[in-house]
Write a protein that binds this ligand. Structure first.
Ligand SMILES: Nc1nc2c(ncn2[C@@H]2O[C@H](COP(=O)(O)OP(=O)(O)OP(=O)(O)O)[C@@H](O)[C@H]2O)c(=O)[nH]1
Ligand SMILES: [Mg+2]
Length: 414
């Protein structure tokens, strides 16, 4: 069910199609769809009375046990709808949370999903259907929450229980965050450039990651195949090493609170020197999806990191339409699956990183061969001369590495 009037940039049918894919990914079967166009939402139930009656009547012909609404429902709206339709009612966020819960395999992902679920659940405790009972393990075994309308006392106990659990999850996630920060500090001391894959869910980020690094990350035709970040070292053709990070995909209409639950994961993006925005060029909604990605990056305050747009799945397109290249100027077209365009991509990455680096000339004494090797691995060399006292190197280095060479710099500019 989708009510017109959402200011979603996605056309209704595209958004509903995506919702149907989310339902399938969560393990459900879609038996019908309906749209109501209204000038203004009905405050209590979102949809109008006639539409609700129609939905109830529909059950005679096509039995169903759940209604999924494509708009965000307030706790009261959800409760009212469940009462009137006499079945479980979910909104998009709840559905996405359910998928996250099914797919969270690492400790960290589980903590984040549980936190997001509880934050979502807390205001909805009274009068809930059994949606969360499936993931009861993840709700910390709070008793009574899965049953409809527990008594007031029970409700208070549950609320207290959940608040305590939320506080604990925050502490545990803080711990995870600290460990990650240590890793990151270590990395930046090594001066390796980090490049992160971002993009709409199912765009092909993990497929590209696997292609470039052989990482063996799960990539499949389901939404949110990836929940936790993976980082691997890649050597670009010119010999320069980078770290490539694969992350959770973005999706439209994800409330900032849910995005926030994945903060520890998405913090990986903060240290990136370059974001590769992977776009599924074969999806008719690619431009709206791209818009969502750009908006989410802004929400995450990552808008200032340099980006490169990567148009993926071009193997599906008969030829590359000019309009695509016009829409995404400066982009690189590839097929991660078929291995098309990967060299051009690697070159574009190297070029951007080098542009951001610093141009220096160093004279390294023979006693320090490891510094010469380091320059070769991480930088781009324009000139190399040998003399009796050592090696002179001129070229570009990632800014983070320059300090290692400071004693030997003979010339430096931006
Ligand atoms: N035809 C074609 N399919 C591709 C290409 N790249 C990826 N796919 C398919 O697209 C689907 C999604 O790929 P993933 O790599 O899992 O996408 P993702 O961006 O990591 O998705 P999430 O982790 O769910 O956010 C898979 O079925 C891939 O096989 C490509 O270049 N061409
Ligand atoms: Mg993935």
């Amino acid at each position: 069910m989708e009510a017109k009037g959402d200011r979603a940039p996605f056309p209704t049918d595209q958004s509903l199609e995506e919702l149907a894919r989310l339902v399938t990914t969560a393990g459900g079967i879609v038996v019908g769809r309906t749209v109501q166009r209204v000038a203004r939402f009905h405050p209590a139930t979102l949809a109008g009375k006639g539409k609700l009656e129609e939905l109830v009547a529909l059950r005679e012909e096509t039995p169903y046990d759940t209604v999924v609404v494509d708009s965000e429902l307030s706790p009261t709206q959800q409760r009212n709808l469940e009462q009137q339709l006499q079945c479980k009612v979910l909104d998009r966020s709840a559905l996405i949370l359910d998928i996250f819960a099914q797919r969270a395999h690492t400790r960290e992902a589980q903590l984040q999903v549980e936190l997001a679920q509880l934050e979502y659940l807390l205001p909805r405790l009274a009068g809930m259907f059994t949606f969360f009972s499936r993931s009861a393990g993840a709700v910390g075994g709070a008793s009574g929450i899965a049953t409809r309308g527990p008594g007031e006392t029970q409700l208070e106990t549950d609320r207290r229980h959940i608040r305590q659990r939320i506080a604990r999850l925050h502490r545990e996630l803080e711990e995870v965050r600290r460990t990650r920060q240590l890793h990151r500090a270590h990395r930046s001391r090594q001066g390796i450039s980090v490049v992160s894959l971002v993009g709409y869910t199912n765009a092909g980020k993990s497929t590209l990651m696997n292609r470039l690094t052989g990482a063996g990350v799960l990539a499949e035709n389901k939404l949110f195949a990836t929940l936790e970040p993976t980082t691997r070292r890649v050597t670009l053709p010119a010999g320069q090493e980078i770290l490539l990070t694969d992350t959770v995909g973005f999706i439209q209409k994800l409330p900032p609170k849910l995005v926030a639950a994945f903060r520890a994961t998405l913090e990986e993006l903060e240290e990136a020197e370059l974001l590769l925005i992977v776009v599924d060029a074969s999806d008719p909604g690619h431009f709206q999806q791209y818009g969502t990605v750009v908006a989410t990056l802004e929400e995450l305050k990552l808008q200032d990191i340099p980006r490169l747009t990567v148009l993926n799945k071009i193997d599906v397109l008969a030829d590359l339409p000019l309009s695509l290249l016009e829409r995404y100027p400066g982009s690189v077209a590839i097929s991660a699956q078929e291995g098309i365009g990967l060299e051009a991509l690697a070159e574009a990455i190297a070029e951007i990183l080098n542009r951001q680096g610093r141009e220096i000339t160093v004279h390294i004494p023979f006693q320090q061969p490891e510094l010469v090797q380091l320059f070769h691995r991480r930088g781009q060399i324009e000139r190399e001369d040998f003399s009796a006292s050592g090696t002179t190197l001129q070229g570009r280095l990632p800014a983070a590495l320059v300090s290692r060479f400071r004693p030997y710099i003979t010339e430096s500019s931006r």
